[in-house]
Design a protein. Structure first.
Ligand code: DON
Length: 307
């Protein structure tokens, strides 16, 4: 890197700041009203040093960035076989809200698309938990990744649940295929609550750094999930985390990543760092326009690409 990290990150933000292409997600009314100009970046090294610039204290909902972390909790709580029995690991090449089920088994193709994530949501915690207890397990688990207690944004939760017709359709299909074994609306309600957890880029960088650090939070020292669970989670992020933009992402940026429709984006560089960006305008895949540009810049400036 040519300049010290904070200066470099500030310079990277100014490099993308003038790009106002893309649009905020409008299928969740509360997100359509977000300030589209917000811009932030944070990087947390494997030994717990955190650097950030821009709107780094602004909270936004985690949305689909919750998916790899809840997948990791499900693997840890239920074991690999039980989770793989219900959700595959193949890229779908489709949009995040497509049904994308595997012919024959009816399993969602992967845990990063909504159909897969609604399913993995129901697999967090030991069998037999109530819906509230399961939500508590998820908040506790994601909070351990973030190193602080995360809270639900009630307005985002209600706004999305009220308009979650597509996710309810996916969940009903999953129930009909015996992939879900509970009331589909309960599963969507819990999943929507999980997506409404509030985070900052600093939180996301630390969550990604916990993955980069083989499941141990580098700031608190807490072991959150095993190295084997991390390997599985990062593999699925690498192949499916950017949906139908995953191939383009892997060739151009080259690290495991996950995006969310509120404008967050994380990347994990195993053994080195977690990186997070925040900018609410999205491209046609539902990925943050300036976030993707920032990550491309990091790869070209720092040689981050794993291949
Ligand atoms: O289920 C949904 O549609 C949202 N709660 C999350 C989608 C999302 O973040 C897609 N990612 N870019």
């Amino acid at each position: 890197m040519r300049s010290p990290i904070p200066e470099y990150l500030a310079e990277a933000l100014s490099h993308v700041a003038s790009d106002d292409s893309g649009a905020t997600a409008d299928y969740i009314p509360q997100l359509a009203d977000a300030d589209p100009d917000r811009l932030a970046v944070a990087m947390c090294t494997e030994d717990g040093r955190l650097y950030s610039q821009g709107d780094c204290d602004v909270e936004f909902s985690i949305q689909s960035i919750s998916k790899p972390f809840v997948y990791a909790l499900a693997l840890a709580d239920r074991g690999f076989d039980a989770v793989l029995d219900k959700v595959g690991v193949e890229p779908s090449g489709d949009a995040f809200n497509e049904i994308s089920l595997e012919p024959g088994t009816g399993r969602p193709l992967n845990p990063m698309i909504n159909a897969g994530a609604i399913t993995t949501h129901t697999l967090a915690g030991p069998p037999g938990l109530s819906v509230d207890e399961r939500s508590e397990r998820i908040v506790d688990g994601l909070s351990a990744f973030a190193g602080r207690r995360l809270e639900v944004d009630a307005a985002v939760f209600e706004s999305e649940l009220r308009t979650s017709f597509r996710n309810r359709a996916l969940a009903n299909m999953l129930r009909a295929n015996d992939i879900l074994d509970e009331d589909p609306l309960m599963a969507v309600t819990g999943y929507t609550r999980q997506c409404s957890l509030l985070v900052t880029v600093n939180d996301l960088a630390l969550m990604a750094a916990t993955l980069a650090n083989r499941g141990v939070n580098p700031v608190t020292g807490a072991p959150v999930v095993s190295a084997r669970v991390v390997r599985q989670t990062l593999s699925v992020m690498a192949t499916c985390g950017m949906y139908d933009g995953a191939g383009d992402w892997m060739t151009k940026v080259g690290i495991p990543a996950k995006s969310g429709v509120a404008g967050g984006l994380i990347g994990a560089l195993p053994g080195q760092a977690g990186i997070a960006t925040f900018s609410p305008r999205l491209d046609r895949h539902g990925n943050s326009v300036r976030g993707v540009d920032l990550f491309r810049k990091f790869t070209s400036d720092m040689g981050m690409h794993l291949m």
